[in-house]
Design a protein around this ligand. Structure first.
Ligand code: F6P
Length: 327
């Protein structure tokens, strides 16, 4: 069956995530396979406004799956928020003869796609963010790599905390969500984990777990704080020093969590999602977000996807509470 689209633009937008390159490669190679032309838009919506593009073919994405970052660069565009910016982006699409766009990013990226759909373009979103905070999808590209990077750093921190009998307060990324913190906290055997979705009781959630751990003979402690927690890691550390007199150090892991070669899980998810995005466009579908529901690849209407709510995995939260003795 002939494809419903002839020329697709692909771009990455918002915070980059490991696996975005694998998704770009997949979009491009699937396009080639289906006889569709593919144009890379550089620097997200900024590039769409300014006509910043690159022609992509089978060769130009060779070896890309294993590379971190995004070959198309990424940006958060202020100009695109205004109608004038959206009109200029639509004009670029018209000039380049694009019938469709694939945007890889988060909710902001999907909102932008909706604006361009109103201007007559077919659009598909792919969830790419280390935060795993996209409601319609149980998984987002980059999450697994970021969790593993954070875990590796925390394991290293633990060595020195153990030697010096200190408490480490580690702040991990996640924007307003605690998925990364919770997952990493469970994996590293944290003394306690603080997430923005749950109210934090300093005594019950921080001091008591440290005391209990000390009573079992431990002399070093690992506290994981999601960046969205009010007060952040410094306030938590100050409180621990005051209440326990344990020598306490703060480490903000920061952007290191966004870098590095994607894990197998991210490469595979990105590759499937890239394929699905092009398949949907070729079949004449538009305004969809490719997503994961458990292990399955599915797609949702963008407007519905943006209205969905996601909560922390209750099982992981319960397990964390049980193992830290918080109850
Ligand atoms: O959304 C990804 C993310 O890394 C968040 O975890 C973090 O809050 C934010 O982006 C940081 O953004 P920036 O790269 O602009 O500092």
């Amino acid at each position: 069956m002939a494809s419903a689209v002839r020329r697709i633009g692909v771009f990455t937008s918002g915070g980059d995530a490991p696996g975005m390159n694998a998704a770009i490669r997949s979009v491009v190679r699937t396009c080639m396979h289906m006889g569709i032309e593919c144009i890379g838009i550089r620097r997200g919506y900024h590039g769409l406004i300014n006509g910043d593009f690159v022609q992509l073919d089978f060769e130009s994405v060779s070896g890309l799956s294993r590379r971190g970052g995004t070959m198309l660069y990424s940006a958060r565009s202020e100009d695109f928020k205004a109608k004038q910016g959206q009109d200029r982006a639509a004009a670029t699409c018209k000039l380049l003869g694009l019938d469709a766009l694939v945007g890889i990013g988060g909710d902001g990226t999907f909102n932008g796609l909706l604006c361009l759909a109103k201007q007559g373009l077919s659009v598909i979103g792919i969830p790419g963010t280390i935060d795993n905070d996209i409601a319609c999808s149980t998984y987002t590209i980059g999450y697994d790599t970021a969790c593993n990077t954070a875990l590796e750093c925390i394991d290293k921190l633990r060595d020195t905390m153990q030697s010096h009998e200190r408490c480490s307060v580690v702040e991990v990324m996640g924007h307003r969500a605690g998925y990364l913190a919770l997952n990493v906290g469970v994996a590293c055997g944290a003394t306690t984990v603080l997430v923005p979705e749950k109210p934090v009781d300093y005594e019950k959630d921080i001091i008591e777990p440290i005391r209990r751990s000390r009573l079992t003979g431990r002399t070093h402690f690992m506290v994981i704080v999601a960046e969205g927690v009010a007060g952040g890691a410094y306030e938590v550390a100050q409180h621990i020093r005051q209440e326990t007199s344990v020598d306490t150090r703060v480490t903000i892991l920061g952007h290191i969590q966004r870098g590095g070669a994607p894990t197998l899980r991210d490469r595979v998810a990105a590759t499937y999602m890239g394929y699905e995005a092009v398949r949907l466009l070729a079949e004449g579908k538009t305004c969809r977000v490719v997503a994961m529901k458990g292990d399955e690849y599915v797609d949702y209407d963008i407007t519905e996807a943006l209205q969905m709510k996601k909560s922390l995995d209750p099982q992981t939260y319960t397990v964390m509470r049980a193992l830290t003795g918080i109850g």
